[in-house]
Design a protein around this ligand. Sequence first.
Ligand SMILES: [Zn+2]
Length: 198
Amino acid sequence: MGKWINKSLEPSVSPDSPVSVNHVEIGDLARLADGTVDNDERERLLRHINRCQRCYEILHHTLKDAPSAASVSHADGPWWKTKAAYALAASIILIFIISGQLAYKYWSHIPKVISATLDLDQNLKDILLEDDALRFGKGARLNRLLAALQQTGLPVKDLNLAVLSKPYYQKKSLFGPAEVLHIRIENGVAYLEVQEVE
Ligand SMILES: [Zn+2]
């Protein structure tokens, strides 16, 4: 396990997380529109609906039909059973579809940036030394980097690209200054910078 000198991390949501193959059931959609699902379930349902046109359409219609039903419920009902809340919910769902990933991140309060400073161990060095390309996309090298980062405990699920700030050369002396790897992962892109430390 690498040692984290500093960290600010949250689980990342990769842009191409697989869409759940299970469509949301009609009953669940109705409960979602009704506001009777708990937070976890709402998040799960919205995650799917955010990416699934079919389920979105169904929910959209459910929400459109809901206000008339809501308006006959008693006045001291929960705040979300109001026309305004339904309209708001409908527009939130619409925003999900329009801005997709970004809105999903906002909704689930997951910061989209991971940054950390790692000890530059031999495994990471090997990956940096493997090739002198400063940018590398999907492939064996990126997979090794991803695996190495995950081994350190970073909550990174996927990478599309890695960008090195400058070429990395093996230090001649074993007794040279120690090195750390600054890493910042944003939108599936890992920005890497090696720095010597006293
Ligand atoms: Zn679906």
